[in-house]
Design a protein around this ligand. Structure first.
Ligand code: C2E
Ligand code: CA
Ligand code: CA
Length: 437
C-alpha cells in the first residue's frame, strides 16, 4: 500500500494537517476495501481548546498541539495514521480493526494514557479529550461519510457530555429526530400546541393545598402528547427554551388570576426554569417584568434544579438572590442528586428544597434513602428552608414523611398534574382530612 509520507506543517513542525489526512483516508479506504478489512476513524478533540488559545495565545496552543500529537503518536502502531485535522482536533486512522469493541479499546487506551496534565507556560493544565469514532465499511459506505459520521459522533459526545461516542445508525436516527423536533417545537410554539398542567402541593400536617407547580405539555399533531423530558432538552439545545419559559411564566401568572380568590388565598404558583435560562443574562429582568405585569411577585415560586445551580454556582446564586430580594420564592428541585456541602446549605438563596422523587419512592424499602430524606429535612430546617417531597404515591409514604416533619408534599396520591379547569374542580372537591387524618 502506498502510505502517505508525513508532510511538514509550517505551524506545528512535523504534523500532517487535514488535507493529508483526507488523502490518506482515501488510500486507507481503498486498501481496506481491497483486503476486506475494517478501518476506524477517530476524531480526538481537546476540551476547552478555544480557551487555551485565547488565554495562552497562539504560540503556546501550537506547542500544546505538538505535545498531544507526540503523546498520542507514542501509543500507536506503525500502520496507524495521525494528523492535526482542526483547531485542537486530531484525526486518527486505525486500519484492520475487528469491530466496535476493538475501537473502544483504542479509545480507552488514548484517554487513559494521554496523561492528566500538561504544562503550558509553567501552568499545569488538566487535560481531557473527547472522541468520536466511526467504522468503514461497517457504518460508512464512503470515506467522506466516514468522516461525517465520526464528526457527528464527536459532536454528540460533546453535547451529551460523554467522553466518547461511536457512530451507529441509531445515533443518526436520534439526531435526525431531534433536528426535526426542534423545528416542530418552534412551529408548535407559534401554533399554540403547548399548554400548562398544574399539580397541587399539599401541606402534609393538615392536608391543605399551599400551591401548585406548572408543568409544560406539548400536544404535537404528528407525535401526539410528547413528555417534557423529551422536548425540554431539545428546546434547551435549540434555544427555544427562552421563549417557552417566558410563555410558561406569563401563562401561569395569567391563569392564576382566574382562580377564585376565596379558595386560593395566597397559593403559590411554581414555574420550572432550566439551566440555560437561569444563566441567561436577561433572566432576572424577564422574571421581574412578568411579575410586574401580573402584579403578584409573592405568589411566584421559581423552581431550579440543584444540578443547574451547581453548573455555575456563583452566577446562579447571584441571579436567585436578586429574585428572592424582590419577594419571589426560590425552590431547589431534584434535591439530593447534585453535590451539596454544608456551606452550600448555609448560602443557598432559596426558600424550599424539593427532595428528588427517587429517594421518596424508595424510602420505605431502602434504609439509605430513608436516611437521606431524614438528613435533608433536618439540615434544611436548621438553615430555615422548607422541604417538599415529590412523588408521593401512597398513604404510607405520606405518613412516613409527615412523621419526619417534611413540610409539603406532591404526588399522584393527592393530585396528578391537571388542566386549569380541572384544577379548580379538584380544589373545590378536595378534602384536607382525606390524607392527613
Ligand atoms: P420536575 O420538575 O421534577 O417535575 C416533577 C415530575 O414528576 C412531573 O413530570 C410530574 O408529573 C411527575 N410526578 C409528580 N408526582 C408524581 C408521582 O407521584 N409519581 C410519578 N411517577 N411522577 C410524578 P412531568 O410533568 O413529566 O415533567 C418532567 C420534567 O420536565 C419536570 O420534572 C421538569 O424537569 C421538566 N419540565 C416540565 N415542565 C417544564 C417547564 O415548564 N420548564 C422546564 N424548564 N422544565 C419543565
Ligand atoms: Ca419541578
Ligand atoms: Ca423534581
Amino acid at each position: 500500500m502506498n502510505m502517505t509520507t508525513p508532510v511538514l506543517d509550517s505551524r506545528t513542525a512535523d504534523i500532517p494537517d487535514r488535507r493529508y489526512f483526507l488523502q490518506t483516508l482515501l488510500e486507507h479506504a481503498v486498501h481496506a476495501q481491497e483486503h476486506n478489512q475494517k478501518l476506524a476513524l477517530l476524531l480526538i478533540r481537546l476540551d476547552r481548546f478555544e480557551y487555551i488559545n485565547a488565554i495562552y495565545g497562539y504560540e503556546s496552543a501550537n506547542i500544546l498541539v505538538y505535545e498531544i500529537f507526540c503523546r498520542i503518536k507514542a501509543m500507536l502502531r506503525a500502520e496507524d495514521y495521525l494528523a492535526h485535522t482542526g483547531e485542537g482536533e486530531f484525526g486518527l486512522l486505525i486500519p484492520n480493526v475487528l469491530n466496535a469493541g476493538h475501537v473502544l479499546l483504542a479509545i480507552n487506551k488514548i484517554q487513559r494514557d494521554l496523561g492528566k496534565y500538561v504544562d503550558i507556560n509553567g501552568d499545569e493544565l488538566s487535560l481531557k479529550v473527547t472522541i468520536g469514532a466511526s467504522l468503514f465499511p461497517e457504518q460508512a459506505s464512503s470515506p467522506s461519510s466516514l468522516m461525517q459520521q465520526a464528526d457527528l459522533a464527536l459532536i454528540t459526545a460533546i453535547e451529551t457530555e460523554q467522553r466518547h461516542t461511536i457512530f451507529t445508525e441509531k445515533l443518526m436516527q436520534n439526531v435526525a429526530s431531534e433536528w426535526g423536533m426542534a423545528d416542530e417545537i418552534e412551529n408548535g410554539y407559534y401554533n399554540d400546541e403547548f399548554f400548562l398542567c398544574y399539580q397541587p402541593k399539599i401541606e402534609l400536617k393538615n392536608g391543605l393545598p399551599y400551591g401548585v407547580e406548572a408543568l409544560m405539555r406539548w400536544r404535537s399533531p404528528s407525535r401526539g402528547l410528547v413528555p417534557p423530558d423529551q422536548f425540554i432538552p431539545v428546546a434547551e439545545e435549540s434555544g427555544h427554551i427562552n421563549e417557552m419559559t417566558w410563555w410558561a411564566l406569563n401563562t401561569a401568572l395569567r391563569e392564576a388570576q382566574a382562580w377564585p380568590v376565596e379558595l386560593w388565598g395566597n397559593l403559590s404558583i411554581a414555574v420550572n426554569v432550566s439551566a440555560k435560562m437561569l444563566h441567561h443574562p436577561e433572566f432576572v429582568d424577564s422574571v421581574l417584568s412578568a411579575v410586574s405585569i401580573w402584579g403578584n411577585a409573592n405568589a411566584l415560586t421559581i423552581e431550579v434544579t440543584e444540578s443547574a445551580l451547581m453548573l455555575d454556582q456563583e452566577r446562579s446564586f447571584k441571579a436567585l438572590g436578586q429574585l428572592k430580594d424582590a419577594g419571589i420564592h426560590i425552590s431547589i428541585d431534584d434535591f439530593g442528586t447534585g453535590y451539596s456541602s454544608l456551606s452550600y446549605f448555609r448560602d443557598i438563596p432559596a426558600d424550599e428544597l424539593k427532595i428528588d422523587m427517587s429517594f421518596v419512592k424508595n424510602m420505605l424499602a431502602n434504609q439509605t434513602d430513608a436516611h437521606i430524606v431524614n438528613t435533608v429535612i433536618d439540615m434544611a430546617h436548621r438553615f430555615g428552608l422548607l422541604v417538599v417531597a415529590e412523588g408521593i404515591e401512597n398513604q404510607q409514604t405520606y405518613n412516613a414523611l409527615r412523621e419526619v416533619e417534611c413540610d409539603f408534599g406532591q404526588g399522584y396520591l393527592m393530585g396528578k398534574p391537571l388542566r386549569h379547569e380541572e384544577l379548580i374542580a379538584w380544589i373545590n372537591n378536595h378534602d384536607p382530612l382525606q390524607f392527613s387524618h
